[in-house]
Design a protein around this ligand. Structure first.
Ligand code: CLF
Ligand code: SF4
Length: 497
């Protein structure tokens, strides 16, 4: 067991100490000082769908612990205007506003994909998600995909679009075997859509108001229906805009389920005057984590929800939640294309399969114990993890926390909270710590492989209990044990924490 984990780390080129197996030794001490589709659902899916999502980090929350995606920024133009977008930055439909990607031509994009694949056997998906709209730049988008498919046939191709041009390109999407398509759909009511899109460009004309919204919604619906009929897995992204479409997203979720989409991803609006967007400049706020969760809880009966989206940038590289793009800038990519070792990629997949089976068994056992205990308690647990579905990161090194809900029904990933590294060159940053505590609003427990005394005490003052006992363990059984310890039903663990 332990050998499997170490090998996964080694082959994936992940830095840091090897993780311990379940119940194994803790990671070395920290130097910091003061200063989508769940497993249960996935297993019920037809085998062909299971195969499509098994290594797609966005379509399977389990896969996102093991597999990486990369975006190639070959699509600069856009054919609509969203009120949450400033064209200086990337497409905010699949991207955090306020960051700019380096634009690539198809030659540069293919060279970059080969460089990343040579380095990262965990790369399983290449997506085009901007920086404008993939289908407003069809030549560059499809040429790039075609060449990647030739060079790396085991890579899945993924595309994100606002949907306006979608009906015109379904045949090309099928022909190139682009297996996953995301359409951003913020409303199904044209009056609500008109509040989000000031204009669209269609049929060589600029349209505004309700007329623009009607065209966009009709084209989105037509394109999605054609993709579903063609067997392409469709995900819907919706930006949650408080006071504009929050209640309406319940209707959107039910409607897209009727259309046969696979997944619905509700993303919080990120709004900041510094981004220069209409919403940012007019004071439209984004939702709080609590508002996002409340809405997701109301969407339980419609299309399945993706809850692990990181709103990554149009040139993101790596596991969701990490961004290794800086390692693959143009000046670092060698002129001669590196050779991608297919054996290394196969070995990585075999190791992941073993690790997943082991983790699933441990998670099922934890869920069984939770159900048998019949607890009425519910807990939000924030986990420091570097991947592989384990508690394996020091608190001071975390740039995000994965958030799990634990109760008698089991352990479920419900989202993440962003943070900055608390540990700055061996010293803790008090301002960062206060921001982290604010970001952990509503969280009762933090699971980490190590934390310094001062941040632990400050978190305790804020009402957050920290456990280091589960270092190296799988997240689900660790979170289940944390619930028992937190509620006092496992006094032994509580005493030792
Ligand atoms: Fe990229 Fe999007 Fe494909 Fe994923 S992202 S094109 S489906 S490979 Fe994923 Fe990033 Fe969220 Fe997008 S976490 S923003 S949902
Ligand atoms: Fe911006 Fe993307 Fe909307 Fe186009 S589709 S306006 S790039 S957010």
């Amino acid at each position: 067991m332990q050998r499997t984990v170490v090998s996964l780390d080694a082959i994936a080129g992940r830095a840091g100490p090897a993780r311990a197996a379940v119940g194994g030794a803790k990671a070395p001490a920290c130097a910091s000082a003061c200063g989508g589709a769940s497993k249960a659902v996935a297993n019920e899916l037809p085998p062909d769908i299971q195969a499509k999502i098994a290594d797609h980090p966005c379509y399977s929350d389990e896969a996102h612990h093991y597999f990486a995606r990369m975006h190639i920024a070959v699509a600069p133009a856009c054919n609509i205007q969203c009120n949450y977008c400033n064209r200086k930055y990337d497409c905010a439909n699949e991207s955090r506003p306020g960051v700019v990607s380096q634009r690539l031509n198809p030659d540069q994009a293919v060279a970059k994909v080969l460089a990343v694949a040579a380095e990262m056997p965990q790369l399983s998906v290449v997506g085009i998600a901007g920086p404008g709209d993939a289908l407003a730049n069809p030549s560059a988008t499809f040429e790039t995909f075609e060449r990647i498919a030739e060079a790396l046939p085991d890579i899945k191709l993924c595309l994100s679009t606002n949907g306006l041009a979608l009906p015109d390109h379904v045949d090309a999407i099928k022909a190139l075997d682009i297996s996953h398509v995301t359409v951003t759909l913020n409303a199904v009511d044209p009056d609500i859509a008109a509040k989000i899109y000031p204009w669209i460009s269609f049929d060589r004309k600029r349209w505004t108001g309700r007329a623009a919204a009607e065209i966009l919604l009709a084209r989105q619906k037509e394109g999605i229906a054609a993709l579903v009929a063609a067997g392409v897995l469709v995900k819907i992204n919706s930006v949650l805009i408080p006071g504009v479409n929050d209640d309406h997203l319940v209707e959107v979720n039910a409607e897209v389920q009727r259309w046969g989409v696979f997944l619905h991803n509700v993303m919080p609006l990120i709004s900041d005057p510094a981004h220069g967007t209409h919403y940012g400049l007019t004071g439209q706020r984004g939702p709080t984590p609590g508002e996002l969760k409340d809405l997701q809880d109301r969407l339980g009966g419609g299309a399945k929800l993706m809850k692990h989206c990181r709103q990554c940038r149009a040139d993101a590289v790596g596991l969701l939640g990490e961004d290794r793009n800086a390692e693959f800038t143009e000046d670092r990519i060698e002129a001669e294309a590196p050779s991608v070792d297919p054996v290394k990629r196969q070995v990585y997949r075999r190791l992941v399969a073993r690790e997943r089976a082991d983790r699933q068994a441990a998670s099922a056992e934890a869920a069984h114990h939770l159900a048998a205990a019949g607890t009425d308690e519910s807990l939000l647990v924030a986990v420091c993890t570097r991947g592989s579905g384990r508690v394996n990161q020091h608190f001071g090194h975390a740039s995000e926390f994965q958030v799990y809900e634990v109760d008698g029904d089991g352990v479920r990933l419900i989202g993440h909270r962003r943070a900055s590294h608390y540990c700055q060159g061996g010293d803790g940053d008090d301002d960062v710590l206060e921001h982290t505590i604010a970001a952990l609003e509503g969280i009762s427990v933090v699971l980490t492989s190590k934390i310094g005394r001062c941040p632990r005490d400050r978190l305790a003052e804020a009402g957050i209990t920290v456990f280091e006992d589960f270092a190296g363990q799988y997240i689900e059984p660790a979170a289940a044990a944390a619930l028992r310890a937190f509620t006092g039903s496992d006094a032994a663990i509580a005493r030792s924490a």
